[in-house]
Design a protein around this ligand. Sequence first.
Ligand SMILES: [Zn+2]
Length: 343
Amino acid sequence: MPGKKAIFAKVMRAIGLPPIVTRMRSLVCDEVTILAYHRVLDIADETAYPFDPDLISASSADFRWQMAYIQKHYTPITFGRLLDCLDGKDTLPPRPIIVTFDDGFDDNYHFAFPVLKSLGVPATIFISTGYIDQPRTFWFDWLYYLYNMAAASPVQPLSFAGASFSLSRDPARRQEITANLYNHAKRLPDDVLRTEIAALEKRVGVSYPENGFPQSRPLSWKQVREMASHGIELGSHSVTHPILANLSETKLHEELTVSKARLEHEIGQPVDIIAYPVGYDFAFNEKVIEAARKAGYRLGACYLPGINRAKQMDLFRLKRLHVERYVDRSYFQTMLALPEFFS
Ligand SMILES: [Zn+2]
């Protein structure tokens, strides 16, 4: 976390300013805040944790505190209600906020869902449908795991799709190198990416356990249906979590329509929103947005940081505020109150 921002946030919180700023700006700005989470998980020892710790957005205690805070100072809503407001069937409440999760890790069910249910806070989970009920985890977390396994071997450095990455077990260095590895992987054509991961798996000599890994497991359809029947809204996050902008027209259409149809089949409700996997500007483009529109989506969330003006909402470029595991209480409050400076 940048030092100056953290200090500023601590001062803001110490004098009780964030909720006051939130109320004041809601009088003059018509805004919809969207929070982006991935995983809610407690890990005792980060160095011993074999998957990507940066996918953990909050511990269960931090998540409970964050949800209680937004329930007190904001009005948590769903995208469904936002659509009703856009259609003129409803009006936006004061300080509307939407809680979202990307991917569909099973900790969303085990740790986030009980908190959301007990506080009555709605949320939206964007699901990559091809992973649900499968023992295999999401490709990016698996790639991270393979890096970690390679780092434990004498083989140096790690070669992946024409680039090489040094191997390190130092947590800070490891996060830096794996960020570069991800950046490289996310720019590959999708078929090359899958082939390279399979080849790396062989080189590292790791075989996938039959029942997967408890620390990195996708949701089951049973869990998805249970959450959907208790106020959790579902959105698409594609089928296989590819970079949509890297796909052929046919494959893009398939990722958008198959995931939507599967979710609708499972929960018996229309699915109107998609979050583009990875979601940065290289991951989606006009072609992707047009294809999403054609597939029947009405809203698209990206991963570009920011807040959305209700009256000039860019419906297929909804911005979100990222909640990361190092976001403490003062940072969380101040990021919500002053997103221009904290996102
Ligand atoms: Zn994702």
